[in-house]
Design a protein. Structure first.
Ligand SMILES: [Zn+2]
Length: 109
C-alpha cells in the first residue's frame, strides 16, 4: 500500500477529529527538539550532482538520476535535491576535471 502524504493524513484526520486538533498536534510536533533536529540535519545535508552536460542526465550523490528538458539544475532554479532534500551543488564532469587539475597543480607547486 502506498504511504500517505502529510496532506492526506491531515485531511483524513480532519474528518475524524477536526482541523483545529490536527493543526494543534502538528504545531506540538513541530516544536519538539526531535523535529527541529531532523529539519536542521536535512538543511545541513548536501547532494552533489554531476553530468556530461545540459543534454545528459544528472546523477546525484544520493543516487538520484534526473533529466532536464532544457538547461541544468541552476537554469531550472533547483536548489534542493528532490530525492534526499539535500542542498544541491551541480558540476559537469568537465568542471570537476578542471577543478581537480587546478588542485593537483597547486599541490605540485
Ligand atoms: Zn540527493
Amino acid at each position: 500500500m502506498k504511504p500517505e502524504t502529510a496532506i492526506e493524513i491531515s485531511d483524513r484526520l480532519s474528518g475524524q477529529v477536526g482541523a483545529e486538533t490536527v493543526r494543534a498536534v502538528l504545531a506540538a510536533l513541530e516544536s519538539t527538539p526531535e523535529y527541529k533536529s531532523l529539519v536542521a540535519d536535512a538543511r545541513r545535508k548536501e547532494c552533489f550532482w554531476t553530468s556530461d552536460g545540459d543534454d545528459s542526465p544528472w546523477e546525484g550523490s544520493c543516487g538520484v538520476a534526473w533529466m532536464f528538458i532544457d538547461g541544468g539544475p541552476e537554469e531550472n532554479q533547483m536548489a534542493y535535491c528532490p530525492q534526499c532534500g539535500g542542498k544541491l551543488t551541480a558540476q559537469t564532469y568537465d568542471e570537476v576535471a578542471s577543478e581537480d587539475a587546478a588542485i593537483d597543480a597547486a599541490r605540485a607547486e
